[in-house]
Design a protein around this ligand. Structure first.
Ligand code: ARG
Ligand code: GLU
Length: 666
């Protein structure tokens, strides 16, 4: 009977309409999804995506630096990624005489390609299910270390890690080849690469030319090697061909990349904490910092340059959290999860899963005040810049201190930091209960009477005035030391302990959910390992009565162009080329339904034939809850249309020589 039922269920599966585009799938298990992908238009096979026997598309995808994705696009190791992923390296090559941020850079000869100390890219060599070994192991850490040791023995540039999936229900070994000679080849000016800035960040319609170009170098035997002038361009096993055919609504797309972190299987309590407690609190605190930054950045060009990168990173999460919080509320995820948990518990009666959601709820109740204080402290007291600097200055080796100091001071403007301090500490006093504050805080407040007086004292200390001789006893350093100590000794241990208990329960809850819904395919949460997501080009309805089309064009850039607004001031060359009237419809960015998250920046977005059509760089604001809950109606990833990359390089900056080695197809 059971057998018949399961055959029936299998037969049913085939006629059930294809599922929505949620999911970040493991490449080595993509054969489980390939029928669905092909039904939706994909023309290649599982072996073309991931194979241990032959070159496959995975051999053209890299983890770029510590948290972005890139793709190889030529026989000679040419690499595309986002502008915002290459930004800090481009910044380091820039000076007043050669301002590559302002003017862009194009290495038309190999000698002009610039090395980037500290930058590496990693190719996934292979991945392997090691669950059996890990589950049998007495000591998991030891077992993982042993697996890593075996996997990396003898190979040049090999690195490996064992990662838990589904809260430890499955373990995979990932083996990478790491190349550390990666050179900067080219990028547009930031007025193209960051066009729209933070105004347009997380938004559609979007017109950002978010790309930069690098090249991977290897030794003469094509192996990873540290930078050397004798290194040669790397010959990849596989590279993407670039499609100039373009996209239209409904076209199949897929994304290959390194999504960082998602939490799709957490309970209603955890979701409620995110949308009702954590996000609102963090948004409030970041608003205070952004207000102080904005005030002074508006008054001085120099301060605007100093704070542009910090401002971008503070505002990036600030904006994302707002979308996430709104999205979770709009989708009523807390309610939906509550109902799901009730149904689960009904099913679980008498099984070993009975009561698991209540156990989770109980630990979450105990965790919440600690987690809140932990997050609040790190977004307030620990976010003040000068004490951060005092602490890194103090812990730096004496010979490095001068560099730490220079690095900090060049982008520091004290009035912003001091105003932030007053606002942040006032909020801290109001919103964190006394039992979760260090005694040090009460003492200082008793001593000074107000946050302002405290700030006046701190920001005129010897250290604040540039006398670094006794940093260890300086109030600025002590501020950091005391808050860090409280954080590390009072908040973190409880947080870690309860979180570990929660993870253990999730291990079982995850299993339980799989048994509860045997027909559902569960995908593992993102953890910065290589994944495939697939979907289609599609617009969306951000609000009642509005439909957003999935493609933007050069005309939209010109409509936004305004020399008086920094984020919208485009290079004259772009105005001139538009004026020819030949490029009104030049595509710039497009939307699709692929499930992505932070870390997918720079990921190749690929068409049904396996050719590159764009570079992923963002999601739409209304859909950022997809890290917690995916809504196929509204969750969209934003990609640069690769035809805009070609247009900018070739037509706007006449640097087409760089793309000569790229294989273009229709
Ligand atoms: N929102 C994108 C991401 O999360 C782009 C961030 C960089 N751009 C910016 N304007 N801050 O990384
Ligand atoms: N911009 C993000 C990144 O740096 C990608 C956007 C997202 O979070 O989906 O990875």
């Amino acid at each position: 009977m059971r057998r018949i039922l399961s055959i029936l269920a299998g037969a049913l599966l085939c006629v059930v309409p294809a599922l929505a585009d949620e999911g970040m799938w493991l490449p080595s298990l993509i054969s489980q999804r390939i029928a669905d992908m092909q039904a939706k238009g994909f023309k290649l096979d599982a072996e073309d995506i991931y194979s241990v026997n032959q070159a496959s598309l995975k051999d053209a995808v890299v983890l770029f630096g510590g948290g972005c994705t890139g793709e190889v696009v030529s026989k000679e190791g040419l690499l595309f990624t986002n502008y915002h992923c290459g930004y800090s390296y481009i910044q380091r090559h820039s000076s007043v005489e050669h301002d590559y941020l302002k003017d862009g850079y194009w290495a038309l000869k190999r000698e002009d390609e610039l090395p980037n100390p500290g930058l590496s890219v990693s190719f996934l060599d292979r991945m392997e299910d090691v669950s059996a070994i890990m589950n049998d192991a007495e000591d998991k850490e030891l077992a993982a270390a042993e697996l890593v040791k075996q996997a990396t023995a003898g190979g040049k540039g090999l690195s490996a890690s064992v990662e838990a999936l589904y809260y430890g229900n499955q373990y995979f070994l990932f083996v990478y080849r790491v190349f550390s000679d990666v050179r900067f080849v080219g990028a547009p000016p930031s007025s193209i690469g960051k066009f729209g800035g933070d105004t347009d960040n997380w938004m559609w319609p979007r017109h950002t030319g978010d790309f930069s170009i690098f090249r991977i170098y290897a030794d003469k035997d094509n192996n990873p090697a540290p930078y050397s002038p004798d290194n040669v361009p790397y010959t990849p096993k596989k590279y993407f061909k670039v499609s100039l055919a373009g996209v239209k609504e409904g076209d199949f797309t897929f994304i290959y990349g390194f999504p960082g972190s998602t939490q799709e299987y957490i309970t209603s309590d955890a979701v409620r904490y995110i949308s009702e407690v954590s996000d609102p609190a963090k948004i409030g605190l970041r608003t205070l910092r952004l207000d102080a930054q904005k005030k002074y950045m508006g008054q001085s060009q120099a301060v605007r340059i100093q704070y542009s990168s910090k401002n971008a990173s503070v505002s990036n999460s600030w904006k994302k959290w707002q979308g996430e919080m709104k999205g979770i509320r709009k989708m009523k995820t807390v309610q939906t999860k509550k109902e799901y948990e009730a149904a689960f518990e009904k099913w679980a009666k008498g099984t070993r899963y009975e009561g698991i959601t209540e156990k989770l709820a109980d630990i979450y109740r105990r965790l919440e005040p600690f987690n809140y204080a932990r997050e609040y402290t790190s977004e307030s007291a620990l976010a003040v810049e000068l004490p951060q600097f005092a602490s890194s200055y103090f812990s730096a080796q004496p010979e490095n201190r001068e560099a730490v100091k220079e690095n900090f001071l060049k982008d520091y403007y004290m009035p912003i930091d001091k105003e932030s301090f007053v606002a942040l500490m006032t909020a801290y006093g109001k919103n964190v209960n006394e039992e979760f504050r260090p005694l040090y805080y009460e003492q200082q407040m008793a001593l000074y009477g107000s946050e302002q007086a405290w700030a006046d004292a701190l920001f005129s200390s010897p250290f604040a005035r540039g006398d670094y001789s006794d940093v260890e006893n300086d109030p600025v350093y002590i501020f950091r030391r005391e808050f860090t100590k409280y954080y590390n000794e009072q908040l973190l241990p409880v947080y870690r302990d309860l979180t570990a208990q929660i993870t253990e329960l999730y291990h079982d809850y995850m299993q339980g959910q799989m048994e509860f819904e045997p027909d559902k395919t569960f995908y593992p949460d993102a953890n910065l390992t290589l994944r495939v997501a697939y979907g289609k080009v599609q617009g969306y309805e951000p609000q009642d009565g509005i439909y957003y089309h999935p493609q933007s064009t050069l005309t939209g850039i010109i409509e936004k162009d305004n020399p008086d607004i920094f984020d919208y001031d485009i290079p004259q060359a772009l105005r001139d080329i538009y004026a020819t009237g030949l490029y009104d419809d030049q595509p710039v960015c497009f939307l699709a339904t692929n499930h992505t998250t932070g870390g997918n920046s720079g990921s190749p977005i690929i068409n049904a034939d396996g050719n590159l059509i764009g570079l992923n760089f963002d999601r739409v604001w209304e859909g950022t809850q997809s890290d917690v809950t995916f809504d196929p109606e509204i969750c969209r990833n934003i990609s640069l249309d690769v035809r805009y990359l070609v247009f900018v390089v070739d037509k706007v900056f006449h640097a087409g020589a760089i793309l000569q080695e790229v294989e273009f197809v229709n």
